[in-house]
Design a protein around this ligand. Sequence first.
Ligand code: PMP
Length: 406
Amino acid sequence: MDFDINKIREDFPILKQNLYSGQLVYFDNGATTQKPNSVINIINEYYSKYNSNIHRGVHYLSEKMTQAYETARKTVKTFINANSDTEIIFTSGTTESINLVAFSFGEIFINEGDEILISEMEHHSNIVPWQMLCERKKAKLKVIKLNHFGELLLGELDELLTDKTKLVAITHVSNTLGTINPIKDIIKKAHAKGAYVLIDGAQGIQHQKVDVKDLDCDFYAFSGHKIYGPTGIGILYGKEELLNKMPPYKGGGDMIKSVTIEKTVYNELPFKFEAGTSNFVGAVGLDHAIRYVQNIGIDKIAEYESDLATYATDAISRIEGVKIFGQSPNKSSIISFNIENIHHFDAGMVLDKMNIAVRTGTHCTEPIMKFFGIDGTIRASLSFYNTKQEVDKLVEGIKKVKELFG
Ligand code: PMP
């Protein structure tokens, strides 16, 4: 498929919408992405025609729904090049995927005195579960620090990784700074020290090719809603050998083979980790979101977004008094900035009235804010359905904010 931006925009009904005084300019893709018609329609179709609980029914609807749910698992498996469907666990999103690992992996692999290594640029969902685990197990949380370009100080990795390091949990792409971390190198170094690695892929999966086999990561977590799919569905990829050693995270229906009052025998992978009624229609929505991305081509998406981000970064940084946070040469299409003497909330509110949706605040990364000595930023996160004309509107908007508050 050719990258035809007008045709692509036609696929996203929300983008045609007028807000206060004109068409919506949506630059809050880091928080959640918009949904193409193919995703909206399939959700409608499945609720209209096939809604029925999975895995437990012999009737037509249940079998149809189960088949669609398991097809979605295969689509994810192929998309990230996992070895097997059993390595793909459906969760409610990145946050649940990370919590699953923190609880379940933590239960048997982490002991008193062990170390878990994270970074200063993590989203709170890749910090708090590890703090909770460290408290539970009397383990130690260690941190890879940032530099002023918003990159990790990886020169310190050799010292930070010790024989006690059991897990490195690191983001693929920073949701605030846009930095793309060299995860393949980090994984290699961590493995050389005998540590496992979890990658928070919440901002990675939708912007570039992810091949878990090539990366050799032990876990990769992402959310459906950030890759054009529905909310309430997400993925935990884990190496089968490792997942097999981990105890279930939640108990309930579907995760069991047999139950007596005395004893339960747990189900096999991946069901062992999917207790209760799953978001099965959400999984079908995610399947179609991934197919949509595959149809365009993730490499074409990456190329278009990179070009757009360069254009936006150049234009925004030329505005006097604007400071961009996150200056790594290896960046995704996320631009965080502040305007001199103007609070990010004020700027965000004025931009909103100009029909431009940006996110303001800490973006759930308070340690980054502390590092830069700020209490928030304005964040424009760009997707392949955004255009240079929209970037021009943002630039005009920033100038207007300056005029108003200047
Ligand atoms: N990690 C990163 C890097 C994120 O950007 C986000 C979402 N902002 C999350 C984790 C959490 O994702 P979710 O809320 O979908 O679970």
